[in-house]
Design a protein around this ligand. Structure first.
Ligand code: ADP
Ligand code: MG
Length: 700
């Protein structure tokens, strides 16, 4: 049997099932199934009693009867509950989806085996347990390492659940032989790290013969995954470096020096100085620089970028800064003008709403070289925007831009690509940034400007709203301003605006005119309306800004010192951190108030606790990955890290990632084009992976 064999030829898979597997899980061939790894194994040799449940940490197996089906709740909160009893006690079962299927297929009072992860709320319950009929599987031997696979809701309803996939794997591994699977790592690497051979590893990842074999299989497959990712990135990076010559900015001239001496209103932090130096070295290297500036919100990235732009201008080059939103572009434009005051540096802004006349003027001054700094949204990478001599492009908030846009900036100078600086306020752990931004050099601003008072964060239940309002009124009386943010799942969906508009109405009621004025900003306002509302708030004409997460990035109003986040349990950790970063920018003590309903999932509670405990963005992003990352017991698709890894886990496998990276470096150092005989395996596999995944680091 060859690994390329279409999945429809596997026993147990008909044309319909094949189609579903392809559509939902991207499983088309034997190979795809072999590489569809279980996310964990459960001990099916053991049964627990309901009375044994003392923690929600692990999924367990129980045997008993199901009774008392009941529908509870209304609308989106509607759910089916049932009572599960064994000889010692009982717990509740809950379903939010697939209710009809459950009611049709479960026979009340009959004995079932169930699996699931218990959770506690007014007693123990299990949501969406896996249910098995012990009569149907008579004769199967209980196994200690029973694989659990992720599936989609659709598949589950079509009865391809974890158990069905396990059955397919059984069929697969009864036909696949050692000789069917070609080794994907060269012998010298396998020997060096004592790795389990591929065939054995794949077999044992599904059906381990022992704990030890499972660990070895995991280690081998994780190493391979991380190794090829690194090999890809590093190969791409070295090829690009060899090719890409860059402009040299030799001098630090009048503009930079004058700004530094006479205009800079404060001392640079040590971290800012260090990062400017790192970028300055790039400018002198003769190679095109692609550098990521990572720094927590408020760490002063914009200023660093501006000072680098001044160096470019001193060397007779033009510069641009691209922001992900119109609001943010305006903010940067204003910030830069405020910093530069009457200096002889020309700054313009170009966005989707610039008028024809404005555009024309900008195009002219770009082409004749009189414009020094162009700030804008993605409007500035459009084809008709032509620079005379673009030397440095700054991109703010990378996670909103695709790599393709970065590539487009490269073409904005016909002689050589400009240097590129990417600023991101999403602090990601080193292990992750190495993987995600492996082709960028990284600088970290790991210090906040002095004198910042840490933001006080509290969690408050909706029932305490009146106390929160009282606090807001006291703060407003002291001259402070307030953000109140509502969650929006999708800015484009109508019904999502209900929470926001309801909120706005209740806020205007609680904070009536003429004493109070309230602004509202959301994604569906026209850019000029948005700008108008923002400006009213910036000028202090309104005391409260009701908004969606459109204000998440970059907005800078130092007098706003209170951030209230409604339904905070609906936000992810990094988003909460970004939102909180909108306050704490002035001299005043700032506050972040996380409002939530009383009923919280364990994860939501953990997120809110973390927010109250720390303001360190790096710590938060690590916790975030831990909460969302792989290893989660959930049986539906994991959507943790931005990059889909099959088996490795960037939190726990940092050590392995380093080893894999160093090995990849060593291999490429000895054989940059992977042309030696022993590296043919690597070359073939690397190209295959690179093409298959349309890797994010690829730039056309
Ligand atoms: P970021 O973009 O990293 O979130 P900003 O560049 O917006 O941060 O800076 C946040 C605020 O701190 C701005 O008001 C900026 O003027 C100010 N700032 C920047 N650097 C310093 C410094 N070294 N000392 C004092 N304030 C600074
Ligand atoms: Mg910023």
């Amino acid at each position: 049997m060859s690994l390329d064999t279409s999945i429809k030829y596997l026993s147990g898979v008909g044309p319909k099932k094949a189609e579903n597997l392809a559509k939902e899980l991207n499983i088309n061939t034997f190979e795809d199934l072999a590489y569809y790894f279980p996310y964990k194994h459960i001990d099916k040799s053991k049964f627990y009693f309901t009375t044994d449940i003392t923690s929600d940490a692990v999924a367990i197996q129980l045997k008993g009867v199901i009774n008392n089906f009941r529908m509870e709740g209304k609308g989106a909160k509607q759910r089916l509950t049932a009572k599960f009893s064994d000889e010692k006690g009982s717990i509740q079962l809950i379903w939010f989806q697939g209710i009809k299927w459950v009611m049709d297929s479960i026979v009340q009072g009959k004995e079932y085996i169930i699996f699931g992860k218990p959770s506690f709320y007014q007693g123990w319950s299990i949501a969406h347990p896996e249910i098995e009929d012990p009569m149907k599987n008579k004769g199967t031997i209980p196994i200690k390492f029973y694989p659990q696979y992720s599936t989609s809701e659709t598949l589950k309803n079509g009865k391809i659940n974890s158990r069905a996939i396990a059955a397919l794997q059984k069929n697969l591994w009864s036909v696949l032989k050692n000789t069917d699977i070609k080794e994907t790592l060269p012998g010298y690497i396998i020997n060096k790290y004592h790795l389990m051979p591929l065939y054995e590893a794949l077999r044992n990842i599904h059906f381990p013969v022992s704990e030890d074999a499972l660990n070895k299989a995991r280690a081998r497959l994780k190493f391979e995954e991380l190794f090829y990712i690194q090999l890809n990135i590093l190969k791409f990076k070295t090829e690009k470096q060899q090719k890409s010559q860059g402009f040299v900015f030799k001098k630090i001239g009048d503009i930079f020096n004058t700004f530094y001496k006479n205009y800079l209103p404060f001392q640079l932090t040590g971290a800012q100085k260090r990062v400017i130096k790192e970028i300055r070295n790039d400018f002198l290297s003769g190679r095109q620089s692609n550098r990521l500036i990572q720094g927590d919100v408020g760490s002063g990235k914009t200023l660093v970028a501006l000072m680098c732009m001044l160096i470019a201008i001193d060397n007779n080059f033009q510069t641009c800064m691209m922001a992900p939103t119109e609001i943010l572009a305006h903010q940067h434009f204003q910030t830069i003008k405020d910093f530069l005051k009457d200096m002889p540096v020309t700054v313009e802004i170009l966005t989707g709403t610039s008028t024809k006349k404005q555009r024309q003027k900008i195009h002219e001054s770009l082409e004749n070289g009189t414009l020094n700094i162009l700030v804008g949204t993605h409007a500035l990478i459009e084809d008709d925007v032509v620079f005379q001599n673009l030397g440095l492009a700054v991109i703010d908030e990378q996670h909103r831009f695709g790599v393709a846009q970065r590539a487009k900036l490269y073409g904005k100078n016909s002689i050589l690509p400009p240097h590129v600086l990417v600023m991101t306020a999403t602090p990601i752990p080193r292990t992750l940034s190495m993987t995600l931004y492996g082709d960028l050099d990284i600088s970290v601003i790991d210090e906040l400007p002095p004198g910042r008072k840490p933001i006080k964060t509290v969690h408050s239940y909706d029932s305490k709203r009146l106390m929160v309002f009282k606090f807001l009124k006291d703060q407003i009386a002291l001259g402070r301003q307030v953000y109140i943010v509502y969650p929006l799942i999708e800015e484009s969906k109508n019904f999502d605006y209900k929470d926001l508009t309801d909120g706005y109405i209740s806020i205007t009621r609680a904070f009536p005119q003429p004493q109070y004025n309230v602004s509202m900003v959301h994604g569906r306002l026209k850019p000029d309306e948005k700008e108008f509302e923002m400006q009213r708030f910036i000028k202090g004409e309104t005391q409260i800004m009701v908004a969606t997460t459109v204000i998440e990035v970059g907005v800078n109003v130092p007098n706003a010192s209170i951030m209230v986040i409604e339904s905070a349990e609906k936000f992810g950790l990094s988003q909460l951190h970004q939102l909180r970063g909108r306050v704490g920018r002035g001299d005043y003590q700032s506050y972040c108030i996380l409002m939530s309903s009383f009923k919280l999932s364990a994860d939501a509670r953990k997120r809110l606790d973390i927010m109250c405990e720390t303001t360190d963005g790096f710590k938060i992003s690590e916790e975030d990955l831990k909460l969302r990352g792989p290893g989660d017991m959930d049986s539906t698709q994991q959507s943790g890290t931005p990059m889909q890894l099959k088996i490795a886990d960037l939190i726990h496998d940092g050590g392995l990632l380093n080893i894999a990276r160093n090995e990849a470096l060593e291999v490429l150092e000895k054989d940059p084009s992977l042309s030696s005989q022993e590296n043919q395996i690597l070359k073939k596999r690397q190209i295959a992976i690179f093409n298959k995944e349309q890797h994010w680091s690829r730039i056309s």
